[in-house]
Ligand binder design. Sequence first.
Ligand code: IMP
Length: 431
Amino acid sequence: MPTLVIVGAQWGDEGKGKVVDLFAAHADVVARFQGGNNAGHTLVVGNERTVVHLIPAGVLHRQTTCVIGNGVVIDPAVLCSEIDELQKRGYLQDPAQLRIDERAHLILPIHRQLDIAREERLGAHKIGTTGRGIGPCYEDKMARRGLRVVDLFDPEYFRERAARLLEERNVELTQVYGWPPVDLDEVCREYAVYAERLRPHATDTALYLAEQVAAGRRVLFEGAHGTMLDIDHGTYPFVTSSNIVTGAVGTGAGIPPRCVSRVLGISKAYTTRVGGGPFPTELDDETGQKLREVGDEFGATTGRPRRCGWFDAVVVRQAARLSGMSGLALTKLDVLSGLPKLKIAVAYDCQGTRVETVPAGARAFASARPIYEELEGWSEGLGQVRRFEDLPAAARRYVARIEELTSTPVTLISVGAEREETILLRDPFLI
Ligand code: IMP
């Protein structure tokens, strides 16, 4: 059962796209199981940069089938434009390469509008969402008034359900936020076009995945965001609206947990976060600025500058425990070159008490002060290094300390955005 789940160990943007793209070359299927176009992967092949938000990062490998599972929320406008863009570049020529689950929920224009209107209203207390309508769409899913991919193919039913949804949500949009209402006819017209575009891709992907797993094919589950943004296990309320931990594969792809054989966590060699919320190791100084510039830390989805800070071993250790990580991929180690000293948070000081887990309370976490351990830095560039033993001794010690603190073996190190700028220590399907 060679299935591999790839999951972010921090607050997202850990470099999952590059790692998924690398392993997709050895996978038969790559499936997404949660989130939506709030995620964004930048794939770099030669001089070509491709940013995908919904389509799994495996799409650049023609022999790999890409699946968008039932747990994903789909903005069909974004999905159709991604399909167009990829087809223009010669990818995705066969519709069977992309399978979209019929049970996945649809983001409607009103979801985007509610997301933006609500954030505006919250002002200083805003979550800092991506404004893509993700939260309101998941709300409607749970409220049992959502619309799903399968509904696109039954226009009468689609209209009836959309009318009911808009009846309720337009009240909020107009009366709470003072925005104009969304028009039912316009939505039906727009979504009828998407129905035709998406029809060749829509199917029961849980069944397809079960067949693939049973046949012993290599299936890679591509997580989006990071564990600290998980709706249950993250730094609530500054989280996204879906589950991100490995367990979400069960519900979001329809795969029983026993079918997950390996879990690879992805973490940067330092920490970043976009949006609001506590971030104990954040650096508001020159070092933070340097990490942002050298690491090119600007969001793939919104272009927002990312907040940067030291590696937080408490966060990654917790993520490793929650997702049962069998290995860790450490990305952007090269960005740390030239810093004379490096710090790792090994615990927090919470009102005078040493705490080794992420506190549940938002206020407790906001007041947690990192307890640091200091390590020697290195000055050499790492971009050309391909073997672990060729890393400077200080870099090897840094990696080894992260392994100890997170109780997880580092199985891959990334030293640049290109596919080949990678040190592979073990085959992730076999770790
Ligand atoms: P939403 O997912 O758009 O509702 O945003 C909720 C929070 O999750 C915000 O802080 C976003 O910045 C953050 N977020 C959502 N997706 C990502 C991601 O892929 N990378 C980093 N942060 C994300």
